[in-house]
Design a protein around this ligand. Structure first.
Ligand SMILES: [Zn+2]
Length: 384
């Protein structure tokens, strides 16, 4: 008899719709892929970086933003559990803003021998090369810079035409381990800035970088640091192996979990980098890109609860129509469970999609789970 009742419950719960159409809340795709355009601004044709060198730089970014670097093993024990994987990929664009096929590399000859950090390289009218729309591309300019200057990045809030990073030709690439900055990590550092990260020392004596899981440290480190170095009363030591310090490429190897969260937050709905998720510039389809295109037209997604029905735990999943990785949701900052009377009974923070939610303590009945602050994000579930 119990079995039959249970079976009926299952049928009943399959019958009611467990899915509703919903707008995603915290849109941070597991597979963010950023279309890249590299502007090679050169004075002497002999110094133009090769296509292989450009690809080596893209590979270096993909290695470090996906925690695929083999030197991750060098992270000190005390910081191993803080290592973050940004799950951000980079790919050379397949078309230019007008829709014309492109390999994502622009070569531009200039009369200027050495650039500085004055952004001149970003303007065709001043001897550089104009940015491609930041809604669709990460702009990387490569040129000869004053020798002490390895690279620099635009800051959040800068004008659109300045958006991107500039890398000294001498440290661009990523396949020259014999030099101090031959692993492509100047670009890793600058892309960190481009995604909102500050220097690990907060640009001040024991300054604050706004990131919780990086310790305060007095200043930056150069070269290769060994052992534990304490400063600013930190108890775990300076995190000189962080990409946002200034150590040699061979001696830096990690972002933290909170740095990753900060970077990925820039891809949330309405955030600065959200439009890149569409990856429009990665389709060689002849379609011109709209520089004002926004992701407000994001397609709806389907949020589901499983198993059906639930007993001790539930998990949330996004299924969805279209669009593969660009519309996937990896989690929600805040979820609220409501009972059948519409009263909130439990709040969950930082839910990662697919992880379990313990519902063993809930009494039998129907519930509704929803991301707070969002319009109609939610799914029903039945607790047995
Ligand atoms: Zn920096």
């Amino acid at each position: 008899m119990r079995r039959i009742i249970r079976g009926l419950f299952i049928l009943f719960s399959l019958f009611i719709s467990l899915t509703i159409w919903a707008q995603p809340g915290w849109r941070t795709a597991p597979d963010i892929t950023i279309p890249v355009v590299v502007h090679l601004v050169y004075h002497d044709a002999a110094s133009i970086p090769s296509t292989a060198s450009v690809q080596a730089q893209i590979d270096a970014l993909n290695r470090d933003f996906n925690a695929l670097n083999s030197d991750l093993a060098m992270v000190p024990e005390v910081y191993k559990n803080r290592v973050g994987n940004a799950h951000i990929k980079f790919a050379l664009a397949k078309k230019d803003p007008s829709g014309k096929s492109s390999n994502g590399i622009v070569q531009k000859q200039t009369s200027i021998r050495i650039f500085s950090n004055d952004n001149r390289v970003k303007y065709s009218s001043r001897g550089g090369d104009d940015a491609w729309p930041r809604e669709h591309y990460l702009n990387i300019w490569v040129c000869d810079l004053l020798s002490a200057l390895k690279g620099y990045s635009s800051e959040i809030g800068d004008a659109a035409e300045l958006d991107g990073i500039v890398i000294n030709r001498l440290v661009f690439g990523g396949n020259n381990a014999s030099t101090d900055h031959g692993l492509g990590r100047i670009a890793v550092h600058e892309v960190g800035h481009w995604l909102g990260l500050k220097h690990i020392w907060g640009d001040a004596n024991c300054g604050d970088d706004g990131i919780d899981d990086t310790p305060p440290q007095q200043g930056y480190h150069i070269g290769c640091v060994q052992g534990t170095v304490f400063s600013c009363s930190n108890t775990t030591g300076d995190m000189y192996m962080n990409y946002m310090d200034r150590t040699n490429d061979a001696c830096m190897n990690m972002f933290t979990l909170d740095q990753v969260a900060k970077m990925r937050s820039l891809f949330a709905v309405s955030a600065l980098r959200n439009s890149l998720l569409a990856g429009e510039a990665l389709a060689d389809d002849g379609q011109a890109l709209d520089p004002n295109w926004k992701r407000a037209d994001a397609p709806a997604i389907q949020l589901v609860c499983y198993p059906v029905p639930a007993n001790t735990e539930i998990r949330l999943q996004v299924t969805g129509s279209s669009a593969g990785s660009k519309t996937l949701v990896t989690g929600f900052r805040e979820l609220v469970i409501y009972n059948s009377s519409g009263q909130p009974i439990r709040k969950l923070l930082n839910y990662v999609m697919g992880s379990s939610i313990n519902v063993a303590g809930l009494s039998r009945g129907q519930y509704f789970i929803k991301a707070s602050g969002e319009v109609l994000v939610g799914a029903r579930f039945l607790k047995l």
